[in-house]
Ligand binder design. Structure first.
Ligand code: NCD
Ligand code: ZN
Length: 345
């Protein structure tokens, strides 16, 4: 198959940053996604509805094309039930994001213990406002590669037991254990999967030298986990859907003695998913994963326009402007095998 046309996709997990950096990256996502779910981990974080709507305005103002950013609130120990009630009545705010404090980029303001926000979770369950989760424990005693698995057992499972009606998205899953847990749970739990976790295992991070542009959190895992993710994404199971976790950082912040976590995939995100699905001989499953299941989970209408991808090799630039700095995309200076050729936007 050399050309595929399907319903326009959405990206249910995206970091757009702010100001000049945001202006530099937003069009890479707007070129193909109709809606994106914007992560709130700015500095300072987006913790109130007013901040979320202001941020959304800045994003929309940076673009000329049609694009619908949907917003998240950053859950902190101090989030109030009142703020949750407000969010429920704002169409553009569709989830609350839980970062365990210290788990990832700009998570210092995250929750230190979920029991501190029990009343907020109760309210989210009542108002049916989904919780989006960065699913890793942070204890120094837990091996980095086990942090997702341990989170599922010790944090997620008790949480779902206590709040059986709370709708939850386990974001950017990276392990076989997560695939199994999500598959075996009821419809209130879903998961997003990134293109980079479908295409790379941890060898890509650490063999032949250290590759800072392949460093993200949760960190890449061993090959059997990549295969489990690929199987889940291409299974047609609506619990698994697209969330790129495209997370730009300035080139010098990545290529550093203590490099930041985050992979910038937006310039070829959909094309990279197509490559992964093609590898699994499952291009026919891409539309459900990319364009239907996320919208269905968030109870939003499916998109009506279409996009077309063609099997045509092009070369990813070595870097893009990022405010005053540079940002290095995944596959910088190398080949991408699919290309977005047209959309009737
Ligand atoms: C993200 C970022 O840079 O904001 N980094 C990452 O490695 N994925 C944060 C996150 O989603 O964990
Ligand atoms: Zn993320």
């Amino acid at each position: 198959m050399h050309r595929i046309t399907f319903t326009q996709p959405d990206d249910w997990h995206l970091h757009l940053r702010d100001n000049a950096n945001m202006s530099s990256v937003v069009s890479a996502s707007a070129r193909c996604f109709a809606r994106v779910l914007v992560m709130p981990n700015l500095k300072p974080p987006i913790t109130t509805c007013v901040q979320a709507l202001d941020y959304r305005q800045r994003i929309c103002a940076a673009l000329t094309s049609h694009f619908n950013p949907l917003m998240t609130l950053y859950l902190t120990n101090n989030t109030s039930v009142t703020e949750i009630a407000k969010a429920k009545n704002i169409e553009q705010i569709i989830a609350v994001k839980y970062y365990p404090a210290g788990a990832t980029t700009h998570s210092e303001a995250g929750v230190t213990d979920l029991r501190r926000v029990w009343d907020v979770l109760e309210a989210m369950q009542t108002y049916d406002l989904p919780l989006s989760i960065h699913g890793e424990v942070t204890a120094a005693s837990i091996d980095l590669f086990d942090r997702e698995k341990v989170f599922i057992e010790y944090v997620l499972d008790p949480l779902l037991e206590h709040f059986p009606k709370l709708r939850v998205v386990l974001e950017h899953i990276t392990t076989q254990e997560a695939v199994e847990y999500v598959s075996n749970s009821d419809a209130n739990l879903a998961a997003t999967i990134t293109a980079h976790h479908l295409l790379m295992n941890r060898n890509e991070l650490l063999t032949g030298g250290i590759h800072p542009h392949h460093y993200c959190l949760p960190v890449l895992k061993r090959e059997k986990h990549r295969q489990a993710l690929l199987e889940a994404a291409t299974s047609g199971n609506p619990k698994f859907f697209l969330g790129t976790d495209s997370a730009p950082h300035a080139k010098n912040a990545k290529e550093s003695a203590c490099g930041c976590a985050g992979i910038y995939t937006a310039p070829a995100a959909l094309e990279l998913y197509a490559e992964a699905f093609e590898q699994a001989q499952a291009l026919d499953k891409l539309e459900g994963f990319a364009s239907f299941y996320g919208a269905d989970f968030y109870r939003l209408p499916r998109n009506t326009k279409t996009v077309t991808l063609e099997k045509r090799t092009w070369s990813m630039p070595a870097y893009f402007a990022y405010g005053e700095e540079k940002v290095v995309p995944l596959r910088a200076g190398t080949d991408i095998y699919w290309q977005l050729v047209q959309n009737d936007l």
